[in-house]
Write a protein that binds this ligand. Sequence first.
Ligand code: FAD
Length: 540
Amino acid sequence: MSAEEIRPDSLEKALAALREAIGEEHVLVDDRTLADYGTATFHTDHVIPAVLRPGSVEEVQQILRIANEYKLPIYPISTGLNTGYGSTVPAKSDCAVMELKRLDAIVEYNAKLGYVRVQPGVTQEMLFNFLQRENAPYWMDATGASPKHSMIGNIAERGFGHTPYGDHFAHIAGFQVVLPQGDVIRTGFGQFDNARATEVYRWGVGPHYDGLFTQSNLGVIVEATIWLMPKPEYMQFFACSVGRDEDLSLLIEAMRPLRLDGTINSAMHIGNDYKVISAIQSYPYAQAGDKTPLPQEVLAAKSKEWDCGPWNATGALYGTRAEVSAARKRLKKALKGKVQRLQFLDEKLLWVAEKVAKPYQWVTGLNLTEMMKMLKTVFGMTRGEPSADMLPSNYWRKRSLPDVSADLSPEKDNCGVLWIAPVAPTSGENAETIWHIVRDTMLRHGYEPAVSITLLTERTIDCVVNVSYDRDIEGEDERAMACHDDMLRQFCEVGFYPYRLGIQTVGKMPPRTPEYERFITGIRDQLDPNRILAPGRYLD
Ligand SMILES: Cc1cc2nc3c(=O)[nH]c(=O)nc-3n(C[C@H](O)[C@H](O)[C@H](O)COP(=O)(O)OP(=O)(O)OC[C@H]3O[C@@H](n4cnc5c(N)ncnc54)[C@H](O)[C@@H]3O)c2cc1C
């Protein structure tokens, strides 16, 4: 059943039933709201007939039952801050957006076993503040995106952060899910009403299927159990860089055994010069003589100003003081002669560095104050502190920056952002292959090849690439999308598929195997015969 089959009279009837079910004030159909929810950081012309804001699990169930009755497709979002992947915009036109922000309870905090059960409206900031208030001996893991984004929204996309708990889906133990026709289930041991280990033993018994509800349209996650990381006795942040572009391979090869044997036991990030510069400042139009992409001499000048190399690695070591000291020795030995400026930083040193930043700047001319700001943000993220400091990077190509103290909205401010994040087995050769595709394609299309490479798991690298542009410039939407599509095609051709998909990829991914299609369509037919839930989102 497709969205086109909704006749106007049934839409009106559906809206009337929805108003009855969740209250008139939570069924929004005014032009302003629909335009806002229909705006991503790239062109889309998807029509949204309504925005629905349920306030309870029962209301989510009612919405889905009404949607089935009137064949009204529903697109669930948690906080809708999926910037660069579609934001609040559904994968296909004519879907009502169901925003779950009002379900914002931290349902349970278990101080003994270190977990929380949260609803989709619980944001990074809310959980962080809660743990602070409770004086919890635990850290959450935070992403570099907004403090206001949902914990569940990110888990639903299998996003990642910076600590040893950085692979978010790997640190949950079960969901409560509303199925497309309105039934509610708990996964894992939650299949038994009286099970007592549901929150601590993720596999339950029998088929394990939590993954079916991430990156899919097979259910609406209304609760997740998130495991928290016990605060380590000691953490030491480290940073280093390589002096030549072609040393990327060397750096990855040096880090690979350390990530594999657990010397480095957290997601570790490597950003190139373009990435570092665009995180600190906006496009230097004056220095570049208004030319884009960034001229090489300006890139070189900026790299000098911000003291970064072509590739810059940051990460952290966690454990007891003795464990960190041993890991530090192994790290130093493995990187000896291969990297420049290997520096270690802990809380005390950070404090001292902040104090000397100003005088150091007067003496050396290096803008250490600004560099400290960024360093502090990244340092904070390695211990699970959410930050809004990365948000201005969405404005890289904009000529004017909004007041950064205000709540930034890249969508409303016409920022162009398109992310692609291919995954590869960890090797220098693979990193180089991806980097060469990114560099050659983006420069050819006229954009800065800003890239970060994360040693996300013990065995994989995840490269996050961002096409950043100004939507106010005529033709840029089309040009940027052509660049995105060109890269996506090449990544898929060499076998490095993205770890998640934005709505901009609908209809652009290569065909999956017929066996997979049969398997997944069978499940979908069973759960959602009317194709009510998020048509086009990962599955057609
Ligand atoms: C500057 C910047 C930095 C970023 N850094 C990171 C980073 O470090 N790590 C990272 O992972 N991402 C990052 N992102 C990407 C993105 O902003 C985050 O992943 C963010 O968490 C997604 O937004 P959200 O949590 O509001 O999810 P939402 O937008 O609410 O949801 C995302 C998608 O998940 C599905 N979904 C959401 N909720 C549910 C539900 N309850 N049930 C079923 N399906 C659901 C929907 O398909 C929805 O479109 C970054 C983005 C920017 C712009």
